[in-house]
Design a protein around this ligand. Structure first.
Ligand SMILES: Cc1ncc(COP(=O)(O)O)c(C=O)c1O
Length: 476
């Protein structure tokens, strides 16, 4: 067994890195053949879990043996990174981003305040300005914050909106979402001190989009009742069905009613890199704030979200905080201090894991990959909609197709039977280790969804999925 000290020499660093690199390369190469579900049986899973709950030893361990253990833990999982994952919102994980992350952690620059590493802060700021201005179409001067995910981005958006419109008197502030808004928005509002009963669920149209007239009526009624409407949230791609709310109409309503307009584009926002996405996501450029999730549709590994805002000063005003022990820190001309834009102080330079892939592959590579996802989705929609046993109620706005087993009638018994059949269909699809889908409930009905997002999913795997679904759906 080889001992590695806390500060390894060059040869030891190369050896450690080599061990890990080999395994990661083996892993990535094995992805097309890995089963999509967790194939480790429950007893073996329980053993693994117990073993990993053990505290660390007093004495040094063996790196190879530790990596072997880690490989077992990695195998005991559903396959989020492979081409067959079309469940939930898949997360592929670009290799180039993993390399960037290794570099970031290796050099360990301070990313909380710009003085710590001004050029690295500029790198992060360039990514944020690109997302705000080039991707979302917000004006010059817009910017934002890289977070650990969409939930944290939604949280800081709510905090900024609350601070700007309500000040310190939160009791009567009201927020407007729909039944299909991601749950992290309502959670964020509660965490931000908004009363649960003041989070309004606006009705949707038959197309599952926020009903703008219903929202306007709710805002008026709340104002008349002495409440203080302050935040309207539109979804740019709901998690359930990928549906885009009517963003231009919501922007008009927000303007008329002096509401903060937040768009949750965690899933859909990066489709703005494509021509189709730009058309379908029109209106996002009128938002006060937008949540994006590079760990979804920019294919990054888990752990990177973004909040972009029209006026960074408002985000800053809501999150500013300091202490005497920071008195020696100089401001660094023109660069934001990210610790004053969100809840965290010490953090890594988060931008490198976005910056390196963008600079290395070029934006066009992402545009092409996202266009491919939209094409694949149209292919899925066409095949499923043509199947007599399936009900495919909504045309996809982006890359989610929602479907269910067709019901023989409208009555509760027929609907219940179709729901059971939909569950059975999902189970039979997912018993095949080449693909994985997930389900949701839409309009009270069991609904299966395909979500094509990872950069590793291509036509061959989608065709396998379609053959499987259409064959299984034809079984009585
Ligand atoms: C539309 C939407 N918003 C927010 C989130 C939350 O993002 P995260 O899981 O990165 O916290 C998700 C996650 O799937 C989402 O789909």
């Amino acid at each position: 067994m080889k001992d590695f000290p806390l500060e390894p020499d060059r040869a030891a660093m190369a050896e450690m890195g080599g061990f890990v690199l080999d395994r990661v390369m083996d892993f990535v190469e094995s992805l097309p053949d890995r089963p999509t579900g967790n194939t480790v049986d429950p007893l073996a899973t329980a053993d693994l879990v117990t073993a990993f709950l053990a505290p660390p030893p007093e004495q040094a361990g063996d790196l190879k043996a530790l990596l072997d253990r880690l490989d077992n833990a990695v195998d005991c999982a559903y396959e989020t990174a492979g081409p067959g994952d079309m469940a939930y919102i898949p997360g592929g994980g670009l290799y180039s981003s993993a390399v960037a992350e290794f570099y970031t952690r290796g050099v360990n620059r301070y990313g909380g305040l710009a003085f710590g590493a001004p050029a690295m802060a500029a790198l992060e700021e360039s990514v944020l300005r690109w997302m705000a201005q080039s991707v979302c179409g917000l004006p010059e001067g817009s910017g934002g914050l890289l977070t650990t995910g969409g939930s944290m981005a939604n949280f800081s958006a709510v905090v900024a909106a609350r601070h700007h419109h309500l000040g310190e008197d939160l009791a009567d502030g009201t927020v407007y979402v729909t039944a299909y808004t991601h749950h992290s928005v309502a959670k964020a509002a509660r965490l931000a001190g908004i009363r649960a009963r003041n989070i309004r669920t606006v009705a949707c149209t038959a197309e599952l989009r926020m009903d703008v007239e219903a929202a306007a009526a709710m805002v008026s009624a709340d104002r008349a009742a002495g409440l203080r409407p302050f935040l309207l949230v539109g979804s740019a791609g709901t998690t359930d069905t990928g549906t885009i709310d009517p963003l231009p109409d919501l922007a008009d309503l927000a303007e008329r009613e002096n509401l903060w307009f937040h768009v949750d584009a965690a899933y859909g926002g990066f489709f703005r890199l494509t021509e189709r996405g730009r058309r379908r996501l029109e209106g996002i450029e009128r938002a006060d704030s937008v949540t994006l999730d590079p760990h979804k549709t920019l294919f990054l590994p888990f752990g990177t979200g973004a909040l972009v805002v029209r006026e960074p000063a408002k985000l800053h005003a809501a999150h500013e905080g300091t202490g005497d022990y920071l008195q020696d820190i100089e401001s660094t001309g023109g660069l934001p201090n990210y610790s004053h834009m969100g809840p965290e102080l010490t953090r890594e330079v988060r931008g490198l894991r976005v910056w390196l892939p963008l600079h290395l592959h070029g934006v066009t590579a992402f545009e092409e990959a996202l266009n491919e996802k939209l094409d694949l989705t149209e292919r899925i929609h066409e095949r499923l909609a043509a199947h007599p046993a399936l009900d495919v109620p909504w045309r996809p706005d982006l890359s989610v197709v929602a479907f269910r087993v067709r019901s023989d009638g409208e009555g509760p018994e027929a609907v219940n039977e179709a729901d059971q059949a939909t569950r059975r269909l999902l189970a039979s699809i997912n018993s095949n280790p080449r693909v994985l889908l997930s389900s949701t409930v839409v309009d009270g009905r069991q609904t299966i969804r395909t979500c094509v997002v990872t950069h590793r999913t291509h036509a061959d795997r989608v065709d396998e999925l379609l053959d499987l679904i259409t064959t299984q759906a034809a079984q009585p």
